[in-house]
Each structure stands twice: as structure tokens, then as C-alpha cells.
Design a protein around this ligand. Structure first.
Ligand SMILES: [Zn+2]
Ligand SMILES: [Zn+2]
Length: 204
């Protein structure tokens, strides 16, 4: 049933209406359906709505970019690390999602929810920007105390690791593995004798 509201200029009994934006009179199907309108059609024509949406997205984009700029200004290091990781095709968010699922499956002692960006900021604040166990790059997420050994899925128990270190460490605890590992790196000339893995400089 079509409600007649002749006092409104944009309605007509003839199956057409006048757009409140551009003022053109068009057939009803030139207007999107809109449950809130008395005639079931949006007051503005489709062309005007599309233009408004494009403008809205552009405004949104400017707002989002401004938010990113603010985040960068408050912690440029984390943003740099994030950008670098992203450039390398190393998707921290995907990796974190994978590790969280592993933790849930392993029924880890605790399974905290945090974003990949929070994780990267936490690492940055602890001076962990590359692999925690060698001079290599961040390529994977390591549970420092392995899930299988009762480790928690929490920021404090996560560290960046290169794939080689991560697979060498596997389910070992740090004191079972790290001294041997550093010794090997020194022996192979990968690091100097006074080199210390970034994670070892952390308070326990
Ligand atoms: Zn219009
Ligand atoms: Zn490494």
C-alpha cells in the first residue's frame, strides 16, 4: 500500500519521485529501497547515493590515515617493524592467528587475546625486532616456554624467531637449548664471542 503524503514534494502517485538531492524526477526504480521511507524508497536517487558513498569512503580514508599517522608518531619503531614485516610478506596477524589456534588446541594454561600490532609493540618495547635467538629476521612466532611444556599463550611468553631457530628449538626450554645454540653460532662464526641473544638480555 502506498501512503500518500502530498505535502512532501518528493512523492508522486505516478510511480516516480523527485530526488531531494539533485531535484530530478525519476522512476521509482532509480531509487534504492529503504524500509524507513513511507514509500519504501530512499529520498535520494541511486546516482546521488553512489556519489555520497564515494565521498563518505574518501572521508573515512582520510580519517583512517590520520589515525595511522598518530599511531606512528606515538611509536615509530613498532610501525616501522610492522611495515617491514608486512613488506617481507611475513603476515604477523596470520601467524598470530595460527599460534592462537595451536594454543587453544593444546589447551594452553592461558590463552590471551591480543592483536598482532600489540604483539609487535610489546616486542619493540623489549628490544626484540629480529630473531630472538640469532642475528636473523623475525619470520615466525615462538612460544618461549613451549605450549607442550605448559607455556601460556600470552605476550610475555611470545618472541620473534627466524624459522631456522624456531625449528631447532622445537619443544625445548631455553636453558636446555639456548646455550648449545649460541655455542654453535659462535663456532660457525655467525656471531662474535661476546654476542648475546636478544632474549637472553631480558629480565626473566
Ligand atoms: Zn539525485
Ligand atoms: Zn634465529
Amino acid at each position: 500500500m502506498q501512503l500518500q503524503r502530498p505535502w512532501l514534494p518528493n512523492e508522486s502517485a505516478a510511480g516516480s519521485k523527485t530526488c531531494t538531492k539533485c531535484g530530478a524526477t525519476k522512476p521509482l526504480d532509480a531509487f534504492y529501497r529503504n524500509a524507513q521511507s513511507a514509500d519504501g524508497r530512499h529520498p535520494q536517487c541511486k546516482a546521488c547515493r553512489s556519489a555520497a558513498l564515494v565521498a563518505y569512503r574518501e572521508r573515512e580514508r582520510v580519517t583512517i590515515n590520520a589515525r595511522k599517522r598518530d599511531a606512528y608518531a606515538s611509536n615509530p619503531g613498532a610501525q616501522r617493524e610492522w611495515n617491514r614485516a608486512w613488506r617481507n610478506g611475513n603476515r604477523p596477524a596470520r601467524r598470530l592467528q595460527h599460534q592462537r589456534r595451536r594454543a587453544l588446541l593444546a589447551e594452553a594454561t592461558s590463552c590471551a587475546a591480543f592483536t598482532a600490532e600489540e604483539m609487535l609493540r610489546d616486542w619493540e618495547s623489549r628490544g626484540l625486532t629480529g630473531c630472538s635467538y640469532c642475528p636473523g629476521e623475525f619470520e615466525s612466532i615462538d612460544h618461549v616456554i613451549p605450549l607442550k611444556r605448559g607455556g601460556a599463550h600470552e605476550l610475555a611468553n611470545l618472541a620473534p624467531a627466524c624459522i631456522s631457530c624456531n625449528s631447532s628449538k622445537r619443544d625445548s626450554l631455553l636453558d636446555e637449548w639456548l646455550p648449545r645454540h649460541v655455542e654453535r653460532l659462535r663456532r660457525e662464526g655467525v656471531v662474535s664471542d661476546d654476542w648475546c641473544p636478544p632474549l637472553a638480555a631480558q629480565p626473566a
